[in-house]
Write a protein that binds this ligand. Structure first.
Ligand code: NAD
Length: 715
């Protein structure tokens, strides 16, 4: 034994070959701070030996190293810059010492070698893997960039263009692709990996392989033709800036780092990498994106717990073959859970099946499925007009028209048709679950299961607990949503549940801004380009459907009259009365026409402004800051109320519901991360400036107290 620590052991194999094995105590190997320190100790032990002729790096698990420990990131970002810089250079000295060991080195990669794991392998002279190897540098997806030499070593191993591609997309790459670019030197059968690594080290030690040349290349400046380099960096910068957009600075800074360090030798290049890495750690974007990752892990762990506690759903039924029912049946079937699709209308069933067929054909065209899978998925959907097929299903999801009377009747009929243990869920978007539950004899088996449109694309499913819903029911529905590939978040019951309850105050703010003379096109532009929503509020209303939005607005106003009741006609009413229902009938705030590929394109329609004149005040210019504040404060205040009232369980779940359900810009991280990043005091002062606009703009006492005590929502 050359070294034994908690996360790493170094043993001696045949001859003078040493084997360094990463062996964290958890289920995966991570390059957390303790492991980096252990790596330093292991290298010290190796440096003291004079009998070592080669080193192989390996892992005791199916994956090499999955990356840094992201749970350590936020507290690391909080460190004073100088402390962070010290830690980075200390850690990098360890990687440099690994690279400079006086004998050849090779990494043996099975499964993931990501982030710091990938950077660790780049510090060795050679890398071999089996077919399961997947290597990449995902840091830019978290708003940062590689900090253990990734921007320095990778371009020197695979060329600047390839490295920029790897680092700016953050994707991981399969073994074959790694071999092609030269990240891997060989792909070997799993059983032969270690023997091949040993042979390689022996050959290197005998100078049959020029390992010194490998090192020289990694530690010297990049060899680039000047003109070619200028072209390649300026093209990359243009492309990356356009793709990432102004809100995501990390990919562009990574490219700039590679460019700026191209003429530098290793140690100087690393200094610049650290400087840029630290710059990114100080940005709110990095905090937001890391926060999303951690929140997602939290939701996954809750889902896992519920799934463990529930028997699997083997067969489902959907009532209503419309936009939502059809989408739910398709999604279930495509994940291998057969679904009965029941409607009262033959034509609706045919449309539902056609829609599923279209989605499957698109997948077939893209090579994502084959003909067999297409046929199997379609055969997994059973269209029917009768309740008979419901006798054998484990869950029924009601997705008929949004009318409490019709839903009530249908739910009663369903309960009479299914077995005692069948769970019943409603996909209502606004009607309180406890109100619908009154139509059932056994309300404990009933809850809400709110999907978002289009079902196959939107990741969120709100699972709504009614007053009498049992834990068993919630667990089964959460498990089913997860089996459908969705991210379920459990919320408590109220009109609009969580997502629509907080979305409608935003639409009401839109109405009010139009009323006060703002141009809706300008509002859309600001909310999209400056705040970062995927689309502005008018466009979103057109996509949701003005009729749907109008109806839901009424429900919300009834549910929360003290904040959401509307006086007089508003912009949504105008569109509704003119039957401009949005994308579904080609006209709403905008006009829509299919392009050559059949995709609906939005166009300005001068008629909208004329129609809106009836409810709009004297045209006025608003600053972008004012538009953002006026649009966002009502949503933020409502989100905070939902947490206070226990509608949503935690800031993490609220933020993820917003990101997954309505596309809240990820670089803000969700409402609570946005508030924390802004500072609660600053937010309260801002909202108070707009308090004259009415009840939706009033900050709750709870939030005011938190601000006064300098508290935050996240630790
Ligand atoms: P839709 O009008 O497209 O489809 C409703 C379907 O229900 C129709 O095919 C109709 O024939 C069928 N139907 C009516 N009465 C029935 C009955 N007694 N038994 C069986 N089928 C019956 O509506 P949709 O947009 O799919 O909405 C369905 C539900 O989903 C509503 O509660 C809606 O609020 C909710 N929802 C809709 C969206 C959305 O964006 N469209 C999003 C989330 C939730």
């Amino acid at each position: 034994m050359i070294y034994q620590g908690e996360a790493i052991s170094v043993t001696q194999l045949e001859g003078g070959i040493a084997k360094l094995c990463f062996a964290n105590q958890g289920s995966v190997n991570k390059l957390d701070q303790a492991t980096v320190a252990a790596l330093g100790e292991a290298i010290s032990a190796l440096e003291q030996r004079s009998d070592i002729t080669g080193l192989l790096l390996t892992s005791d698990k199916d994956a090499f190293i999955v990356g840094a420990d992201i749970t350590e990131f936020l507290s690391m970002f909080d460190l004073p810059k100088a402390t962070l810089a010290d830690w980075l250079s200390q850690a990098n000295r360890i990687f440099n010492r690994l690279e400079d060991l006086p004998f050849p080195t090779v990494s043996v990669i099975r499964g993931y070698a990501l982030g710091g794991g990938c950077e660790c392998t780049l510090a060795t002279d050679y890398r071999i893997g089996d077919a399961t190897a997947r290597i990449g540098l995902p840091e830019t997806q978290l708003g940062i960039m590689p900090g253990f030499g990734g921007t320095v070593r990778l371009p020197r191993v695979i060329g600047a263009d390839n490295a920029m591609e790897w680092i700016t997309t953050g994707k991981d790459h399969k073994a074959e692709a790694c071999l092609k670019v030269g990240v891997l030197d060989a792909i070997v059968e799993t059983d032969h990996l270690e023997a091949s690594a040993i042979q390689l080290l022996k050959d290197a030690a005998l100078d049959k392989l020029d390992w010194q040349a490998r090192r020289a290349q990694k530690t010297a400046p990049l060899t680039l033709d000047k003109l070619e380099a200028a072209m390649s960096f300026s093209t990359a910068k243009g492309m990356v800036a356009a793709k990432a957009g102004p809100h995501y600075p990390a990919p562009l800074l990574a490219v700039k780092t590679i460019e700026a360090t191209a003429n530098l030798a290793r140690n100087e290049a690393l200094k610049l990498e650290h400087q840029h890495f630290i710059e990114l750690t100080q940005s709110s974007v990095a905090r937001a994106l890391v926060g999303i990752f951690l929140n997602d892990q939290f939701i996954k762990s809750k889902t896992k717990k519920a799934t463990k506690a529930a028997p699997a759903i083997k067969k489902a039924a959907v009532l209503g073959a419309g936009i939502m029912g059809g989408g739910i049946a398709y999604q279930s079937a495509s994940k291998g859970i057969p679904a009965v699709m029941k409607d009262i209308n033959d034509h609706a069933l045919m449309l539902g099946m056609n829609e599923a067929g279209k989605l499957l054909n698109k997948q077939l065209d893209r090579g994502k499925i084959d003909g067999n899978q297409l046929a199997k998925t379609l055969a997994n959907i059973t269209p029917t007009l009768s309740y008979d097929a419901l006798q054998t299903v484990d869950i029924v999801i009601e997705a008929v028209v949004e009318n409490p009377k019709i839903k009530g009747q249908v739910l009663g009929e369903v309960e009479a048709a299914v077995a005692d243990e069948t769970v019943i869920a409603s996909n209502t978007s606004t009607i309180p679950i406890s109100a619908l539950a009154k139509n059932l004899k056994h309300p404990a088996r009933f809850c809400g299961m709110h999907f978002f449109n289009p079902v196959h694309r939107m990741p969120l499913v709100e699972v709504i607990r009614g007053e009498q819903t049992s834990d068993d029911t919630i667990n089964k529905v959460v498990a089913y949503a997860a089996a459908m590939g969705k991210s379920p978040i459990v919320v408590n019951d109220c009109p609009g549940f969580f997502v629509n309850r907080v979305l409608f105050p935003y639409f009401f703010a839109f109405n009010q801004l139009v009323h006060d003379g703002a141009d809706f096109v300008v509002i859309d532009k600001v909310m999209e380009k400056k705040f970062g929503w995927p689309m502005g509020p008018a466009h979103l209303l057109d996509v949701v459907g003005i009729d749907t939005g109008h109806h839901a607005a009424e429900v919300m106003a009834q549910g929360f009259p003290e904040r959401m009741s509307q006086t007089g006609k508003n912009a949504i009413d105008v569109m509704y009365e003119q039957e401009r229902f949005g994308q579904k009938n080609g006209q709403g705030f905008y006009a829509y026409a299919p392009d050559r590929k059949g995709k609906l394109q939005k166009e300005l329609d001068p008629q909208s402004a004329t129609l809106l004149a009836a409810v709009a005040g004297e045209p006025q210019e608003f600053s972008s800051e004012d538009i953002i504040a006026r649009m966002m404060i009502p949503m933020i205040n409502e989100v905070v109320l939902c947490l206070d009232e226990g509608i949503i369980g935690s800031p993490a779940e609220a933020d993820m519901a917003l990101v997954y359900g309505v596309g809240f810009p990820p670089f803000h991280g969700g409402v609570f991360r946005y508030l924390d990043n802004m500072g609660l005091n600053e937010y309260v002062a801002l909202a108070d400036q707009f308090a004259y606009l009415g009840p939706l703009y009033q900050v709750s006492d709870g939030l005011r107290n938190m601000a006064a005590n300098n508290e935050k929502f996240y630790p």
